[in-house]
Structure formats: C-alpha cells, structure tokens
Design a protein around this ligand. Sequence first.
Ligand code: ASC
Length: 155
Amino acid sequence: MNRGKSFAACALLAFAGTVSAQQMDQERAERAVETRQALLQVMAWNYGPMGAMARGRIEFDTDRVQTNAERLLALTKMLSDAFAADTRENDVETEALDVIWEKTDDFAAKIQATIDASSALVDAAATGDEAAMTQAIGQVGSSCGSCHDDFRLDD
Ligand code: ASC
C-alpha cells in the first residue's frame, strides 16, 4: 500500500469509529428507551394512589403511603443511570428532549430534587401525619412536573 492509500484507509477507519461512537447501536438505544419509559411508568404506578389520597379522591392509607414512598425513593435513584444513554442520534420514539444531554447539570439537579422530595415523603409517611404526607406528596408531584416542563415533550 502506498502512503496515500494508507492515509485514506486510516482516515476512513477514524471516520467509521467516530460515527459508531456518536450513533449508539439501534437495538441498544431502543432498549434504553424502553427501560427509562418502564421506570417512569412504575414510578407513576406508585405515585398515582398517593396523588389520589392527597387530592382527597381516595381515603388516606398510611401503610400504603409508606410502602409506595419507599418504592418511589428507590426508583428515583435509578433515574440518572436510566438516562445515561444518549439517544439523540438514534431513530427512536421518545418524548425525552435533546436538552437532557445538553444541560446535564440542570437535568441532574431536577433528578436530585425528585430524590430529595421522595426522601422527605418517606420521612413524612413515618410520622403518619396526614397533613405532612399531603404536603410531601404535593412536593413530589411538583418535582416530577418541573422536570417534565423542561425535559419532556409537551403533551
Ligand atoms: C404521575 C405522572 C406524572 C406525575 C405528575 C405529578 O403519576 O404520570 O407525570 O405523577 O402528574 O404531578
């Protein structure tokens, strides 16, 4: 191989490497989307009854709040890992906005606020005080909504 050809081959390999690094394997990207949607779905499944209690739609059940709040706290701690895979360059069906991987500090702060609010709800549930639980459930709901406002496609 002459020098010109070998340079061209190297440039081609370098280009191919760059492309594959930027564009995650399609199957991996689809799995990442499924996983984060599943995580949010299980979070909503746990939050839902607590939101209904806080709104007075169903009767307060402290045991259920304790259980669901603990589950929710564990789930919120999975959020940052679940969104680690940057799928901006992939052809995936998602409501996750590109800004998640552009303003990473802001996104991390919103996740931390949700973790903190969930932790406060676990503490409130331990007291069994309905007013405290109602207030803490509202805080969790606000933290979810605040993140969706900035980082999720509008409904
Ligand atoms: C949910 C859900 C949300 C949040 C939000 C809380 O269960 O699907 O988007 O809680 O409604 O305010």
